[in-house]
Design a protein around this ligand. Sequence first.
Ligand code: MUC
Ligand code: MG
Length: 392
Amino acid sequence: MTRMLAGIAELLETPRNVLRETIIRSISATIVEAPTLRRHRLSNTEVTHQGYVLVRVLLDNGVTGIGEASTLGGPRWAEESVESISAAIVNYLAPVLRGGSAMAFEANAIRMGKAATRNFAAKGAIESALVDAVGKTLGLPASALLGGAVRQRVGVIWALASGDSGQELEEAREKLRRREHRDFKIKFGFDRPPNDLKRLETLRRGLGDDVRLIVDINQGWSEAECIRFIPALEELDVALVEQPVPALQLEAMARVAARTSIPLLIDEAAFTKEEIARSAAMGCGSVYSLKLVKSGGLFEMKRAAGVAAAHGLELYGGCLLESSIGAAAHLAAFSTMPKLEWGTEHFGPRILVDDLVTETLRFEEFEICIPEGPGLGVQLDEDKIRSFARKD
Ligand code: MUC
Ligand code: MG
């Protein structure tokens, strides 16, 4: 009887113990620059090395959680750079979280929101690391903490972005042969539109009609260029056109959307829930690209998905060339979403010469497998981090 009572008392104590054990002892930020297999070109930048900030959160129970903030070509794709992310974490975000419980996800997000506006990549990386640490403590996958997975695999898109159609054709054929990707996103906007169109025509002709082609212009065209050139994309059976005009030109984007039979994918035009609601209400597009760098946290990214869906937008699991660390965090959240009509583009782990984890994410039968281990389900490769960490 006494033993049973002691057992019950211990059970009742467990949540409080876990809460105590998950006190955040320290948060660190390491800038990492990982080489890519080839030059990856966008309308406004290009990368040969992917810039990440690796976040490590150490709890009182000795567990370390990891998270990753990704950037593209410095403060070009968005306003954050590896330097600003690292500074925001060390100077503003870590100080307000130290000494509190990692499990208090929403309270921690509120604290970070008060300490810094926007800085979404920095906040997203910290929250990912908190979720990883708590998941490892409890022996639960991150998806369980985010509501529970409704899928274990997601269809995965590959981006063709060297600008050399011969190389891109070879690359895409290899992906098809390996049964890793059959949907391709072609980056536009770094060349003149007629040259981009020639490239697209070569790819369509070379790959056939069965592959799905998406075009991402990364804000590179004016409304007039859209009017002139999007009909050619329709001819080539492009499935989606992503962010054709500058992010702030919502009215122009809505006019472009109204003229074309191809759905527009809203990317840089909407980061926050309010921006999603506004761009959807204005008719800027019919699909929304979800990214941690836009939402600033896994829980917030789920809310962003809810707002987008409530406004009739379909969902696309976006990326910023994350390694398996950042990809696993996104995938954990994507796995819990009732709908994810366009799958994901988390090809990042395969564009790196070397991934940052001991076991890279699996790509099989045109899908990416969501890791099932505790937390994010990936283990840091300390040797690779040492070799890719920026040496000041
Ligand atoms: C973007 O704009 O979507 C994702 C894939 C890629 O090639 O670029 C990124 C960012
Ligand atoms: Mg995009």
